[in-house]
Write a protein that binds this ligand. Structure first.
Ligand code: TYM
Length: 329
């Protein structure tokens, strides 16, 4: 069975960009692939973060993934720092990764601009740890949003460099993009992200979701209600595609182009469909919150299974590198 790996940072709150750009397809893929999903806490410490909150946010991120539909029955789900072999492999990959490749990563450049006071080595090395996350399980496919494609390309290069220099241990992983690989924020300009504060959280109160949707930017060329709009240029329509059925979509496309419906009508339909999909997730999250020990157990069991796999790969890696291995360690 082909193997999938993907990860998410423990920000504690998951937005609809994460959900429709990545998580929705993580769930769909579980029926066909051997899937491993990870809460990447070591990635989260590359920028300033709240030490008091990291622990709870890590558990909450696992909890939300489970509320969305992931479970030990359809995948392995765990916390990155519980399998320390990831960072060990990242060190080894550091020794085959050209610095120039890391310097030209868009995310590194963006984050370095945003965090001028803390441009640390981890920020630059971030994609190497990401390559280690994927390759330690020899995963061939990585479902992500568009912003991660460059990192997956780097993983391919790291695999190639390692395979050529040492032994052909690793596949060259491919990104799998969803139908909505780049969701803009409610500002209609920047990618939806927590740091830009332009996001709609999947567990936010309905009133807040509506308020954010109501004021969200649509097709900027549609100034007055009677102006025809272009759904292709509208972020709200892109979000509609992920939440609404074909019939709704056709109606909205037609109504928008002919100006027979206004943006508020379109947003109301989207809101209804979003709530229909997000309500059961919210309910499941509330149930799981009452039973946090179960969530912790799932994460721990996932880590045990993954650690065994990771340790096997590391033995192969150490042998390929020519390291001295005593019989018992
Ligand atoms: P993170 O936590 O930033 O995002 C998690 C997933 O959500 C996707 N995403 C989006 N998709 C569409 N539109 C958006 N506005 C949007 N915002 C976020 C991201 O592309 C991602 O798929 N580096 C990764 C975490 C990671 C990882 C890995 C991923 C660490 N190791 C190994 C894959 C494989 C990240 O920043 O995720």
């Amino acid at each position: 069975m082909k193997r999938i790996f993907s990860g998410i940072q423990p920000t504690g709150e998951i937005h609809i960009g994460n959900y429709i750009g990545a998580i929705k397809q993580w769930i769909e893929l579980t029926s066909e692939y051997d899937c491993i999903y990870c809460v990447v806490d070591y990635h989260a410490i590359t920028i300033e973060y709240d030490i008091e909150q990291l622990r709870q946010r890590t558990i909450d991120t696992g909890l939300i993934l489970m509320a969305c539909g992931l479970s030990p029955d359809n995948c392995k789900i765990f916390v990155q720092s519980h399998v320390p072999e990831h960072t060990e492999l990242a060190w080894i990959f550091n020794c085959v990764t050209p610095i120039g490749e890391l310097e030209r990563m868009t995310q590194f450049k963006d984050k370095a601009r945003q965090h001028r006071e803390n441009i640390n080595m981890g920020l630059m090395d971030y994609p190497v740890l990401q390559a280690a996350d994927i390759l330690i399980y020899k995963a061939g496919y990585v479902p992500v949003g568009e912003d991660q494609v460059q990192h997956i390309e780097l993983s391919r290069e790291v695999a190639r460099k390692f395979n050529n220099r040492f032994s052909p241990l690793f596949p060259e992983p491919q990104a799998i993009l969803s139908h909505a690989p780049r969701i803009l924020g409610v500002d209609g300009i920047n990618k939806m992200s927590k740091s830009m504060n332009n996001y709609i959280g999947i567990l936010e109160d309905k009133d807040i979701i509506w308020e954010k949707l109501r004021t969200a930017v649509t097709d900027v060329n549609r100034v007055r209600r009677k102006d025809p709009g272009n759904p292709e240029l509208c972020n709200i329509y892109t979000i509609h595609r992920a939440f609404s059925g074909n019939e709704n979509l056709l109606e909205i496309d037609k109504g928008c182009r002919s100006a027979s419906i206004g943006c508020i009508d379109c947003k109301k339909t989207l809101f209804e469909n979003m709530v229909k999909e997000l309500d059961p997730i919210r309910e499941k999250a509330e149930q799981l919150k009452k039973n946090e020990d179960y969530v912790k157990d799932v994460l721990m069991d996932g880590a045990k299974l993954c650690r065994e796999m990771a340790q096997n790969t590391m033995e192969e890696v150490r042998t390929s590198l020519g390291l001295y291995r005593p019989k018992i360690l």
